[in-house]
Design a protein around this ligand. Structure first.
Ligand code: ADP
Ligand code: ASP
Ligand code: MG
Length: 688
């Protein structure tokens, strides 16, 4: 059985009712349905007014017209005549101002719904809640009610959709009564419990139980899942979306209650179920007015171990900051709920202040970012930022990409237009863009770069750039220039700034060379030349792959590493022994490949010798402190044994080994390639 309950706004007019019927008919394809409905929106209030009015005739006419308008929209022909006469006869009873006059609203709405379902060919049966839900001493007699409900359902084996009025019942003296304002939720829960329903859905005009009343705080969000207890507490403390007594029957039978939005049926809404929050969760803020005293109790409802002291402090601070004076102290109830009384005229502000403190993200600082270079890394950066709407709440920041461009004059344009505190990101491979950095800093613009060429410049320029950044209170970050997103530079500057300083750095950081070398000594299914051609085709090498083989990229990285370690190295200080002899570097690229093919046998032989020795070749960049305190920097092929971290690497993997006087060196190993990784490293540098 599926029990579906619709509130007053869900059946407010013919259009809304049609929506309800769609939802009900879809459910009826899966199982038998009990449709429980409230009176049309405003009807119960109107009936109560009618009951009290001296001259109620006009009010009655207006309410009747509302119902007739719905009937006229939903029915035609004989069906319309029948529905009209049904409606009129109910209103003739209303005109006599019977006791419990408010019970008529649900009779009117459900008879219309039931008739419409029958008209559409469904096996629908209207059932009378006044003969199924019984109260005694003001409480529902569940045993008697469940038996009556089951008996009724049982007597209509053919019926697919039962239609029952919510809210109304019968008391121990056989008089009609109600379950209290908002009581249709309770009726539905009783029907569900009696029939051991698989589903209980309460359809209303909001997408579930929300963190607070969305009519008071527009930033309120749907609570996806909440325990029976916290839902009960929210309801009892004033969240009108659910009638608190409705929780118990479903809870006792372990039936989850799903609160849904009739006007947005695809929204999954809120599930109320048995759950234990292992860590504290804040669920919502509710408020209850006490009209007599003109005060309101505002309650923050939590689930699980929420931490009472901190909660009290946060509420007090939030109220103080909002300029609200509470009447008394914050009271903790049940260890999870925190209530404070205020004058009713500041109730909305109080709810808003507590909600802001516990449920709304703090304002994020916006960083205006200009990205130079719309290649793989620039695009990945934009994708990552777009995917989260630029919001990085844990860093308290929002990245606003003002512009991304590969155009050559972009840096100049940024210099002209960007405001101070903006960030310029260099994802280019330009050898000249670094000349704009000092002017950027002078304008208060910080710089993040992943472009090695912007760092592998004469030391004086490098030092001037760093000094200009510091002088202007800007930052200059370039962690991704070596080892992509690996924390290499940070580790080196840490090592350089403490203890003995860095004594030795050894690094296999050229992705391209690594890919070729490890690819060759690995399976060795392909010739050296084939492997290199593939790397070239995959964009891993420069146009002329000999630039890579010559160690140019490794040289740039070693410069950056060394300078980070505090060693003012220049290119000329580095001794490079290229992988291949000078003869390979003459002639055209095709000459080069031809020579490689001719020499393949020699390469194979060399590999076999190395295998026999249990060694492998690696192209290693190193910086070593000599005894006299000077440094030696070199890049060359080295033979490494099985005990070296360089032995076990493959593809574009990077390894950096940092010695700084500790007993064991720091080894950083991981992926040195990939645009998304580079972009994530850049984002870290931006947010840092
Ligand atoms: P129905 O007629 O469908 O039973 P109600 O008017 O009884 O609907 O309850 C829905 C209303 O409850 C919403 O329109 C909303 O204004 C109010 N409300 C109060 N607190 C909350 C809350 N925490 N989450 C969602 N709605 C809430
Ligand atoms: N119609 C009744 C009320 O307005 C019951 C309900 O809507 O749940 O209180
Ligand atoms: Mg309600």
């Amino acid at each position: 059985m599926i029990v579906l309950k619709f509130g007053g706004s869900s059946v407010a007019n013919a259009t809304a009712m049609s929506r309800v019927l769609d939802i009900v008919e879809q459910a009826a394809e899966k199982d038998r349905v009990i449709l429980v409905s409230s009176a049309i929106s405003g009807c119960t209030d109107a009936l109560i007014q009618i009951g009290k009015a001296e001259d109620p005739e006009q009010l009655i006419d207006a309410l009747e017209r509302k119902h007739l308008a719905i009937i006229n929209r939903l029915f035609t022909g004989k069906e319309r005549l029948d529905a009209v006469s049904d409606c009129r006869s109910t209103f003739s009873e209303v005109r006599c101002i019977p006791p419990v006059i408010e019970s008529f609203g649900e009779l009117l709405s459900t008879r219309i719904l039931s008739r419409k379902l029958s008209c559409e060919g469904f096996k629908a049966t209207w059932i009378d809640s006044r003969n199924m839900i019984f109260t005694s001493g003001g409480e529902v007699d569940t045993e008697k009610s469940y038996a009556a409900i089951v008996r009724t359902i049982y007597s209509y084996p053919e019926t697919r959709i039962f239609v029952a009025p919510g809210f109304i019942a019968r008391d121990e003296n056989e008089n009609v009564t109600t379950l209290g304002r908002g009581g249709s939720d309770y009726s539905a829960s009783l029907f569900a419990a009696a029939t051991d329903a698989d589903d209980l859905e309460i359809w209303t005009d909001v997408p579930g139980i929300m963190t607070t009343n969305p009519k008071v705080v527009s930033a309120a969000r749907t609570i996806p899942e909440i325990s029976y207890k916290a839902a009960f507490d929210m309801a009892s403390y004033g969240a009108k979306v659910l009638y608190a007594p409705a929780v118990a029957p479903a809870r006792e039978k372990g039936i989850a209650i799903n609160i849904r939005n009739t006007f947005d049926p695809s929204n999954p809404g809120t599930i109320i179920c048995a759950r234990n929050a292992a860590i504290g969760e804040w669920k919502g803020v509710a408020s209850l007015d006490d009209e007599q005293s003109g005060t309101t109790r505002v309650c923050l409802i939590g689930e699980g171990p929420v931490g009472a002291k901190a909660a009290v402090r946060r509420i007090e601070t939030a109220l103080r900051e909002a300029g609200i004076k509470p009447l008394g102290e914050v009271q903790c109830e049940d260890g999870t709920n925190f209530c404070i009384s205020v004058r009713s005229n500041v109730a909305r502000n109080t709810v808003a202040a507590v909600h802001r403190e516990f449920f709304e993200e703090r304002a994020l600082t916006t960083l205006d970012v200009y990205v130079a270079g719309h290649g793989a890394v620039g695009s990945a950066l934009k994708d990552i930022v777009d995917a989260c709407g630029g919001r990085f709440p844990s860093a308290g920041k929002r990245i606003n990409i003002k512009e991304i461009s590969s155009s050559h004059d972009f840096a100049d344009r940024v210099l002209e237009t960007a405001r101070s505190r903006s960030i310029f990101v260099d994802c280019t491979d330009s050898t000249e863009i670094w000349r704009k950095f000092i002017p950027m800093f002078n304008k208060g613009i910080s710089v993040v770069t992943s472009n090695r060429r912007s760092l592998a410049i004469p030391y004086v320029d490098y030092a001037a750039i760093k000094a200009a950044a510091a002088e202007n209170g800007c930052f200059f970050r370039y962690d991704t220039t070596v080892g992509n997103a690996l924390p290499i530079l940070q580790s080196i500057s840490d090592g350089a700034n403490c203890g003995d300083g860095v004594t030795l750095i050894e690094a296999v950081v050229s992705c391209t060379l690594n890919y070729i070398i490890t690819g060759y000594d690995g399976a060795r299914r392909e010739s050296f030349a084939t492997l290199l051609r593939k790397a070239q085709a995959d964009g891993l090498t420069e146009q002329d792959p000999r630039i890579d083989l010559g160690g140019r990229d490794a040289l740039r990285k070693l410069l950056i590493l060394s300078r980070e370690a505090g060693v003012p190295l220049e290119e000329k200080d580095v001794e490079i022994v290229p992988m291949l002899g000078p003869e390979y570097f003459k002639g055209s690229i095709e000459d080069f490949y031809r020579r490689l093919d001719e020499d393949e046998a020699k390469f194979v032989q060399r590999e076999d010798e190395l295998d026999a020795m249990g060694s492998r070749q690696r192209f290693v960049a190193s910086l070593r402190r000599r005894d006299d305190g000077t440094f030696k920097a070199e890049i060359k092929m080295r033979l490494v044994g099985i005990d070296s971290p360089f032995y076990w690497i493959s593809g574009t993997e990077n390894v950096t080994i940092i010695h700084s006087g500790e007993a064991y060196p720091l080894v950083i190993k991981g992926s040195g390639e990939g645009a998304r990784l580079a972009a994530s490293g850049i984002i870290r540098n931006i947010l840092q």
